[in-house]
Design a protein around this ligand. Sequence first.
Ligand code: AHG
Ligand code: MN
Ligand code: MN
Ligand code: MN
Length: 336
Amino acid sequence: MNASTNSNIQFKHYLETSKVKGLAIPAGLQQLLLAVADTCTTLSHEVAQGALIGLLGSAGTGNVQGEVQQKLDIIANDLLIEGVQACKSLAGLASEEMELPVAVQGTGDYLLLFDPLDGSSNIDVNVSIGTIFSILKKQDPTAPLQTADFLLSGRHQVAAGYVVYGPQTTMALTLGDGVVMFTLNKDTGQFVLIKHAVQISPATKEFAINMSNMRHWAEPVRRYVEECLAGVSGERDKDFNMRWIASMVADVHRVLSRGGIFMYPWDQREPHKPGKLRLMYEANPMSFLVEQAGGASTNGEQLIMDLQPSDLHERVSVMLGSKDEIERLQRYHAKV
Ligand code: AHG
Ligand code: MN
Ligand code: MN
Ligand code: MN
C-alpha cells in the first residue's frame, strides 16, 4: 500500500464537510492533512511488519539531537517528505530528524513540522509509537523559505495532531475548534471518525513521569510527585496510579482518552537544557491538542504555547493534562 494511490476517502470527506469556527477548512490545509493521513496509513502498515521487513534496530547514524537514529526514524522521515512534497499548499517542512528545514516546490504558505517516529526506544520491543505533526503558516508567503519562518509560538498553529501505532492506529487532530479522533480500518485503509469533542477531565488520579529521574528533578516537581505517591496518607485527598510508556504519543493519547497528567520536566542531568522534549514538534502540537480538549500545558512558569522559540530544535520542560493538577504544579513552581 502506498500513500499516493490509497487516499483516505472517508477522512477526505470529513475534511470537505467539516466546519472550523463556522468556516470551511481551507482547501490547501485539507490537501496537506490528507497527505499526512495517507502517509501515516502507509507507515502504520510498515510499523506492523517490523522484523519481517528488517525495520527494527539502529540505522547506525546520528541526528541533530545527538541521538542514534533507528531505521524506522529515517524511513518515517523519508515517507513523510515523499508523501507531502507534492502538496501545492506546502511551503516547507521541518523534522526532528533533519537539522535544517526543507523547502518544497509548493507555492502555498503552510509549514509542516513533525516528529516522524516518536518513542523510538520502543520500536524493538513492540510498544506503541507514533507520528506527531504541527502545521503553521508562513508569515511572509513571498520571501524564500528560511528557518526563522518556523520560529512561531504554539499559538500560531493552524492544526496539530498525532497518529499512534498501537493495537489500533488512531489519529487525534485539532484545527483549533476541539479535538477529534479517527481509527484506521486496516481492511479498508480508511481513517474512520470514532470521537469528536474529546474532553480531558480537570481532576485525575493518574500521573505519568519517568521516576528513575526523581533525584534529578527541581523541588516543585519532586514535591508534587511525592504528594501523589503519599496519596491520602499525605497532603492529597486521593491515592494516585502511575503510568510511563516512554512514547510521548502513547502517554498523551492516554491522557486525552481518560485524563491524567504527563510530565517530562527539566532535570539536573543536563542542567543547561530546559528539558528533553522538543518544543516545535512534540510539546507544541501536544499542547494544542490538550488545551483544545480542556486541559493545560506548562513548562512550570509559562503555558507552553506562549513560548517564543529561538531554535528549531529547542527543548522544553513539559507538564500537561488535567487542569486541576497543572494548576497545582504551577502554584508549586510559583511557590504560593
Ligand atoms: P523520540 O523517540 O521522538 O526521540 O522521543 C522520545 C521521547 C518521548 O516520546 C518520550 O516521552 C520520552 O522520549 C521518553 O524518554 P525516556 O526514555 O527518558 O523516559
Ligand atoms: Mn528521537
Ligand atoms: Mn519524540
Ligand atoms: Mn522521534
